[in-house]
Design a protein around this ligand. Structure first.
Ligand code: ADP
Length: 492
């Protein structure tokens, strides 16, 4: 279980990728290093045997020229063999070149002189002989079975000694490649030991470093495990850095704050609903209990039933309001809405409010923009939003006042202004009046539940509009409903 978790951890995966990348990088590097080293060693060997070969050929050439100048050609065969042997052995004096062997052959490839350390190898090859006869130097790699089935490799350089433009003798220098091969083998062994050790070491270090870098992630996991409905106030410790983990922690904390406030508002909502339901239910229960204590007259039963009906009506209005709110809040994704004219919706809402207004002798004045306004919205929702705002205006305004409803273009969209001549809204209540169940103290005794404006707000937000409240200069409350472009348009 622990192993499975460790293998699936980001830390392990990062280390694995890192080690894999390092393995590839080191392998490529070692491959080049190995080849470069091999090339350098081979070139060095070739250079050493070439210098030796040319030196020897030059010495023979000089000697032969001197001898021919002295007219001593006849004795040359006998003297030459001695001379060649001395030349070969002279050139072997250099202690740095002990492993090098030299041999001199005639133009038929027959060996005239050998250095003392010359291995028993076959004669000069046909290719080397042919190239020498054409006046060219020739490199080749020779194989020699040195007994015990052991193959020894040699590098040879064959060059002609030329007299009057013609090859007279052949000098061949040989160097065993044994040391080169040993050096390359040692290098390869070192590479094969170094790469796994380096990868293991860096993997181990990388794993510790990744662990350090990812520590804040573990803190996030630990804190997240502790968060539940009871301690939504907990926040993730943000690391003191400016990296993605810090950004993630900040975003996570912001999200937690949003969830916390949504959760608290939901809890408050349930408390408010319970409270609103409890009062009428307590009244109904109390009245029935009192009525049942003894036999009552018909009139008394009537009074109790009437009072109960009032309370039940209140409960049913509350439930209706709650249902409307719930529907509005869940109807955000209902497909495209048809285009409606908000002036028509205002006329319909004003028509509905007229009876209430007339009962209080309140005038409703409509001043609608002559342009053809269009908005994509659910007509019933818009009418109910306008109605709720107008109903408040009537509810909170004294008798004999006036409610003014205006529409006018604004910033490519348009606005609706509903102003009354009532007492206005207390400044401390202004930021809260759109909250569910909010009622200013002055309106506590009224019929309302404090849901009218939150229903209006949800309905308007569903069609891309917004609503704000302020106090009209002088006296009264002013509600401004803003329909911005592109949801709302003016068509002439
Ligand atoms: P209610 O059912 O209490 O009217 P609303 O959500 O409609 O609930 O309004 C919330 C509060 O806003 C009201 O209790 C009232 O205090 C205040 N309010 C709303 N409209 C007006 C208005 N036109 N004049 C004064 N106060 C208002």
């Amino acid at each position: 279980m622990f192993l499975k978790t460790a293998v699936n951890s980001v830390r392990f995966k990062i280390t694995l990728w890192y080690s894999f990348t390092l393995l590839i990088a080191l392998s490529v590097f070692s491959f080049f290093l190995y080849n470069q080293q091999k090339k350098a060693l081979d070139e060095y060997s070739d250079e050493v045997i070439a210098v030796k070969g040319e030196d020897t050929a030059d010495a023979i050439e000089t000697y032969l020229k001197t001898r021919s100048g002295e007219g001593n050609k006849k004795k040359s065969g006998f003297l030459d063999r001695k001379f060649f042997e001395s030349i070969v052995n002279n050139h072997m004096q250099d202690p740095g070149l002990v492993s090098i062997s030299i041999r001199i052959a005639d133009i038929h490839g027959d060996i005239i002189a050998n250095s003392a350390n010359m291995m028993q190898i076959h004669g000069i090859s046909r290719e080397a002989l042919a190239e020498s006869m054409s006046g060219n130097a020739y490199y080749e790699t020779l194989q020699l079975n040195s007994g015990n089935d052991k193959i020894v490799y040699y590098r040879s350089y064959t060059t002609p000694v030329q007299i009057e433009g013609k090859a007279a003798y052949i000098v061949q220098v040989l160097k065993p490649l044994h040391n080169n091969r040993l050096a390359m083998k040692a290098l390869l062994e070192n590479i094969l030991i170094f790469i796994p050790i380096t990868i293991m070491l860096t993997g181990f270090l990388g794993m510790s470093m990744a662990g350090l870098s990812l520590k804040p992630v573990n803190d996030i996991i630990r804190t997240t495990r502790q968060i539940n409905a009871e301690n939504l106030h907990l926040r993730i410790p943000a690391p003191n850095t400016r990296d993605e983990i810090r950004e993630l922690a900040d975003l996570f904390n912001e999200m937690l704050s949003r969830i916390e406030s949504a959760f608290l508002s939901q809890r408050r909502f349930i408390q408010d609903v319970s409270h609103e339901l409890k009062t009428p239910l307590t009244i109904v229960k109390g009245e029935i209990e009192v009525a049942l204590k003894k036999t009552r007259t018909e009139q008394e039963y009537n009074e109790v039933l009437k009072s109960n009906l009032e309370e039940i009506n209140r409960i049913s209005r509350l439930v209706e309001n709650l249902l409307t709110l719930a529907k509005l809040e869940s109807s955000g994704n209902e497909g495209p809405s048809p285009e409606i004219n908000p002036n028509d919706a205002l006329i319909q809402a004003a028509g509905k409010i007229k009876k209430l207004a007339e009962a209080k002798n309140i005038k409703v004045e409509l001043d609608l923009s002559p342009e053809k306004l269009q908005v994509k919205a659910n007509e019933m929702q818009i009418i109910s939003a306008f109605f709720n705002v107008m109903e408040n205006a009537v509810k909170y305004s004294p008798e004999g006042t006036c409610i003014r409803i205006k529409t006018f273009p604004s910033n490519g969209g348009f606005m609706v202004d509903i102003t009354d001549e009532g007492p206005g809204i207390e400044p401390e209540s202004l930021p809260h009046i759109f909250e569910r169940f909010y009622r200013a103290d002055a309106s506590r005794s009224s019929e309302g539940f404090g849901l009218g404006l939150s229903i209006a707000k949800s309905a308007l937000e569903n069609c891309g509009a917004s609503i704000k409240a302020e106090n009209a200069p002088g006296k009264g409350a002013k509600f401004l409903i803003i329909f911005p472009q592109p949801q709302a348009q003016i068509k002439n």
